[in-house]
Write a new protein. Sequence first.
Lengths: 127, 467
Amino acid sequence: MGDFLSFNDLANQFGAKLQEIADNFNAIKDHPSLIKWIDKQFGKIIAFRLKDDENEQNYYLVITKDGARMNEGEYSAFEIMFTATPELMMNLLEGKIHISTELKARNLRVWGNLHEGIIFQRFSQKM
Amino acid sequence: MDVWECIYTRRSERRFKGEEGKQIPGKDIETILDAARHAYGINDVPQWRFLLIRDQDTKNLIANFAQEVAHMIFGSSYEVFSGHIWYIPERSRLAIAEYTQTGELWKYPIESSFVIIPCITKGAWFEVRTPYFDQSAAATGMAIQNMWLTAHNLGWGAGCNAMPLNDIRRREIFSAYTGVPLSWQMAAAYCFGDRTSARHVGPSRSSLEGIAFSEHWGVRYIRKAFLEEVEEISVPKKDIMDTIKGVGHCYKFDDSRKVPDWMIEKMIHAAIWTPNPENLNHWRHIIIKDEKTKQFLAESTKEGFKLYYGRSFEELRDHHPHIHEDKLLEYAEWMLEEGWKYPLEADSVILTIFAKDWTEYPHIAGTLPGGTDYIWSTATGTAIQTLRLAANALGLETQIDLYTVGEFRKTDMLITKLGIPDSWIPLTMLAVGYKGDAPDVVQMERPKFPTKNLVFDEVWGIPHETL
């Protein structure tokens, strides 16, 4: 038997990884690079829509200068929302994919401000 | 296409395939034109007429005008132009400037399938003291946003070419060419066509906190997620065409039902992603929930309603041909007694404000007198329409109110009350909430004007022939 993982399994793995990233943001909450990214805004909301032909699961990360919080579900007003399969989304978090390449190949879709997603990916790779 | 997908993935497309691509078929052109009719009109009368241009010589003329004007504007100074592309990395700006200053980028009307020239009334529709110039332009923008989203839904590209009719001389030439009376303001050239490639992402926009205020100018609206854990949200999906056709009037809100904050945020967030000149994000929204402020707004509406619905029976009848004479008094009495209360009964009122003074165009070598004025209010209209579409998709109703913003005295009072700076202009109030119960005669929708009365083929006055 192979290691078949269902959509839900993959989504849960993604959620766990995102929680790990949130914990790491909490550990660096006074870091100059984080403060520079947030600047004079209240924070950033990075949303993820995991999707295949039949399933959909949403997560979002709320990042402020006081820390980060991972939530299951969708948020209405985000800086950026990524939409992709769970596998690609995990690769995005781990820095294994180039966002622009996947956008052009239509494997990844983006609503919102792309530059926020690129900066977020850089943070998540370092964590 | 789902309404959110349509709004967030709509782009300004400026590269079309021309003869090497597909022409937009007549059926799709009719669908795009029809979408415009479902937008707001002051007293349900559209403030616009559209010139539909498919003739190649006319498209060439528009393209040549556009190149001339773009060269004049963007060729004046690299330092000035560099500021206009603030969202592009500095290392890339020089190359973009070198290309842009030739004006070649604006010649895309040549390759487009068709061009729409919106002609906006200069306020000829009302017998009130204030001609509602900017509101007429905004209403045109609302119609344009419907068309733009419809084209996107059908797989076609569209872009606004703000250049060709920017100055009086070129407008006069075009008027002589096409017969557009100068009592109508020609505003830009909207080009539709088979795009060369889809733009996967657009330039970054302001954050929600950057363009939305809470109750008063300068008090930034803060998304609830930054303040507290929010309960689970489920953003409903709805087809864009059903949404476009679903937006209507609402003079009675259910004031016992509160609209969740996330829905108001969703409306504002969607409106950020509407077309706007040079990505200047030249609009702001004040979200008003305070009961005293809503009472103030409702009193303005009451005053306006007294003047409008208290007029002679004959005038009322002529303004409401869709209401039988037997029902007209019932309608007018209800509006005078109850109808004016909607700003107070709504959950929220969103005041949309725009800036006309974002550009230095009038000051570049004294060029382009009276040129770009209407562009700003028209573009803001696309944002207002997006607010309404978003509300409809969320199961909410909206009602546009102009009484508080359309008259100098009331606008002055509003500006003073809400601390709005002089360089910003209140454009519309939008009441938002859940639908309440109103008499059938009030809820009756006025029949839409037929497309052939609103669109002219190639030349002013030639009614559009269904394709």
